[in-house]
Ligand binder design. Structure first.
Ligand SMILES: Nc1ncnc2c1ncn2[C@@H]1O[C@H](COP(=O)(O)OP(=O)(O)OP(=O)(O)O)[C@@H](O)[C@H]1O
Ligand SMILES: [Mg+2]
Length: 334
């Protein structure tokens, strides 16, 4: 009769399509058992994305091995979401991408964090813009070394109930980062594995740098089930690059929640002025065949922090509606 080790070896050759590696290489077989009467197999498998597209493919491949090749009568597989150590299995991960710089990713990320918080959610933010980190400025918090533990774990800062980490906290103030590729991966590892996030987090928002480079790939490798939010302005210069960023995410097999158009218009006395043109957001959504989630006008908060809109302001109310829509789209995409 086959041993558990032999069973694991055979199943180990199956590929997790959400991570494109074998279960063996991913160390994804968390439990394998054979019934006392040796008729059935029970498995616990960790997957990059716990969706039916992924689990059906794996179940079919394993069933072929277990039932056809090895002759077992029954097979029960439980699937578990793979997660970096510091995160719970249930926190919802949203990456904010744009392609073009300066379209408002960081501003949108921070305002969505505030909107979700005012809707009763516990939110964390990762400033993964390694070279142009500016989340501490947007949150208007002091830049200082993060508190840590003797075993090198870091506590995020907490501002208005939102947990946040940024590369700004990892270097001396005002010194530019000159890190190369391998270092970038380490920074994300710190944020995903060595940060003491609240166990209560509902959402973790990841503000990605402009472009479609290494950081996007690292995010894909560490949290393959993170869903992407594409931000663009209405201008064709931004929208055509946002389309590229969206296709890059798609080619990495990342789910896209939808497209947000920022700086859509400037409103004076109830009249909307489309300063940067019109239609960019819808074009991007059409091309990527994902939902268009809405528009954010040009504007400045009237009080409080210089980039954060209060929930009572006109643009703050727009952010609340967008946050609600994003929560719904996330559930739909799961
Ligand atoms: N809706 C808006 N109305 C007015 N100003 C805005 C709006 N959104 C963003 N801004 C301003 O535009 C500038 C760029 O925004 P932000 O830094 O959020 O963009 P980004 O896409 O994160 O940029 P980068 O690519 O450099 O990371 C900031 O000065 C910000 O305050
Ligand atoms: Mg930014």
């Amino acid at each position: 009769m086959i041993t558990i080790e032999e069973l694991k070896e055979k199943i180990g050759s199956v590929i997790d399509p959400s991570r494109n590696h074998t279960l063996h290489d991913l160390n994804a077989i968390k439990h394998a058992g054979i019934d006392g009467d040796e008729k059935g197999v029970v498995l616990l498998i960790e997957v990059g994305k716990k969706n039916t597209d992924t689990t059906q493919v794996i179940t079919r491949a394993i069933a072929k091995i277990v039932k056809l090749d090895l002759g077992f009568k029954s097979l029960v597989i439980d699937y578990e979401q793979a997660r970096p150590k510091a995160l719970t299995k249930t926190v919802k991960l949203i990456g904010v991408v744009s392609g073009k710089g300066g379209v408002g990713k960081s501003t949108v990320t921070a305002n969505l964090a505030y909107a979700l918080t005012s809707m009763g959610k516990k939110v964390g933010v990762i400033d993964a813009d390694i070279y142009g980190a500016n989340m501490p400025k947007i949150f208007e918090c002091e830049v200082h070394e993060l508190n840590g533990t003797p075993d090198q774990k870091l506590y995020p800062v907490e501002i208005d109930g939102i947990q946040m980490v940024s590369t700004e906290f990892l270097v001396e103030p005002d010194r530019a980062l000159m890190w190369r590729g391998p270092m970038l991966g380490k920074v994300l590892k710190i944020f995903f594995e060595d940060t003491i996030w609240s166990q209560e987090l509902d959402y973790l928002l990841i503000d990605l740098p402009p472009g479609t480079g290494d950081v996007m790939m690292d995010v894909k490798n560490m949290v393959p089930d993170a869903k992407m939010l594409v931000v663009t302005t209405p201008h064709p210069n931004a929208s055509h690059i946002a389309i590229k960023a969206g296709f890059a995410a798609k080619s990495l097999n990342q789910d896209i929640l939808g497209v947000l158009e920022n700086m859509s218009y400037y409103e004076i006395d109830g009249v909307k002025h489309y300063i940067f043109g019109q239609g960019g957001g819808e074009i991007v959504a059409d091309k990527l065949t994902v939902p268009f989630l809405g528009q954010i006008p040009i504007g400045q908060p009237s009080s409080g922090k210089h980039s954060i809109f209060a929930e009572t302001e006109r643009i703050g109310i727009i952010y609340l509606a967008l946050a609600k829509r994003i929560m719904e789209e996330y559930l739909r995409a799961e």
